[in-house]
Structure formats: structure tokens, C-alpha cells
Design a protein around this ligand. Sequence first.
Ligand code: MN
Length: 318
Amino acid sequence: MIPKIALEEHFMCPGFEGYWSGTMDTVPAAGKAAILKKLNDFGEERLSGMDAAGIAHAVLSIAGPGVQREPDVAIAIRLARQGNDFLSAQVQKNPKRYSGFAHLPMQDAKAAADELTRCVEQLGFRGAMINGHTNGQYLDHPDLYPFWERAEALGVPVYIHPADPMALFPALADQPGLRRATWEWTLETGSHALRLVFSGLFDKFPKATVALGHLGETLPYLLWRFDSRAKLYGIKLEREPSDYIKQNFVVTLSGMFSREPLMCAVDALGGDRVMFSADYPFEGARDGAEFIDSVDIDENLRAAICHGNAERLLRMKL
Ligand code: MN
């Protein structure tokens, strides 16, 4: 079994259950309780699951949306810091197996930038995970440029995790089966990522790196169309949309254990931009491992996806 680094693995921080609970209101109570138990565990159950999947190292992140949905800015700043300190204490108990992505109060760009710096430089975190929009504000907003400046200077990835949209998309309103992870989050999160591209954010911060789960939230499949339509609509960017997606984005599997989208992401972005993640405990780490260990791909590519690309991105060595 190839050793793996997993990039989208979640935990629950005390005090954050309320934010998370809302995103689980369509999951039956027993299933929700089982997931919460796994989120709270940093010991035997999580580690034995990682062992069985060959996951040597997991970068942990708070199960969203966390303070991205906190209306009070001061509370968001305080709780984000508290969440990062909680994670740091868990990581310190087992630094070989765990590290962290920072949880950030995007309501205040300066506070978010300072907390990211603290997390990277003092706590050894590998970057940030942001759970979609923050009370309706997306990451391309000009108020957030000081944050991007800092993320770029620190050279760490900013991972955009799915979240519920502010308002229900009319086409999904009477089809609950299409909500959330089935399709709604792909639409929401893919749109968020495309806002960064089409707003020209990467012309201002050309070295910024954004990570997306779910093999890129369908973006790799649509590169040609983005370029073609950007021309038609006269979008003013220094480069073609696909160039930014190829050069400023990396993607992880997170519950997309299927060869067709994997090969699309590899073909579209390059084998050096695709990484393993399980999305534990929302997907089984074992399922992800069985897929990537056995899928019919070149062995060098398998090693790159499982750990080589993450070692380079996160500046770590297994
Ligand atoms: Mn996830």
C-alpha cells in the first residue's frame, strides 16, 4: 500500500457543533451522531482507520462552516483563534500523523491574515481551509486583498471547502435529493472558484495557490468553454481563464473515488496538481485508499497523487 498524505480530513472543535449542525439537518439523527463521534476522535478510531488506508499523515480541518457563518466579527476572530489552538494541541500530541489547516475569520481581512501568519509560523499549520463564502462575501472581494497578499507571501495554499449557499438555487428548490453534496455544493463552490479567476484576483496575486476538493468541483472538465466564452463576452484578464486554473489551483479527491474525473483532472491540470484526500469522516478513508491504490494509472502518477505532490505543496517529507 502506497503511503498517503490526506488533505481534507475533518474534526470537530468544542463550541463549533452549532455551526456544523445546520448543514446536517437532512441527515438522519443516528447517522449524524455517528459522524460527530468520529469528528471528535483524534485517537484510536481515527488512527486505526488511517493505518488501514495507508494514510501516513492527515492535514486536519474544522468541519464547516464554522465562523464563516458567524455574524459577530469579534466572536468570529476569537473563536477561530480558539479553534486553531485546540487543533494545535491535538497535533502536538501526534505531530507525525497530524498537522492542520487554519480556520480563519474572513469577516476581517487583517485579522484573518494575522491569524494565518500565527498558524503557519507559530503552530506549523500548512495553509488555510475556508468554508466557502463568509456570510455571503466571497474570497474575490477587494476588502480581502490584504489576506491574499499575506497568503501569497507565506506561500501556503488556501483550500476552499463547500458550504451551503446564502439562498437556495431555484432549480433545486423542490428537489431535496440534489441539495448539498449531490450537486448544490459543486455549483456553489465551483462558482466561488470561478469568481476568483474571472475577477482577476490572480493577476493581482499571481503566486496564490487555491486548493479545491472533489477533483476541482467540475472546473477541469470545462476549461475550453471558460476560455471560449471569456473571449465572446470580452472578459479582461491578462491570461485565459484556463491558464489560472492550471497554474493557481490544485485539487484533491475528497470523496471522488472514480477514474473518469481523476483522469480528466490529471489531463486538464497535470499530474503534479492532483492529490489524495478522503474527506473523513464523511467518506470512508478505506474507500478512498482502495480506489487510489488499485485504479489503473501509471505508478509514478499514483505516487505523486498519494504523497509526492502534497510533500512539495506542504513542504513536508513523509
Ligand atoms: Mn469535506
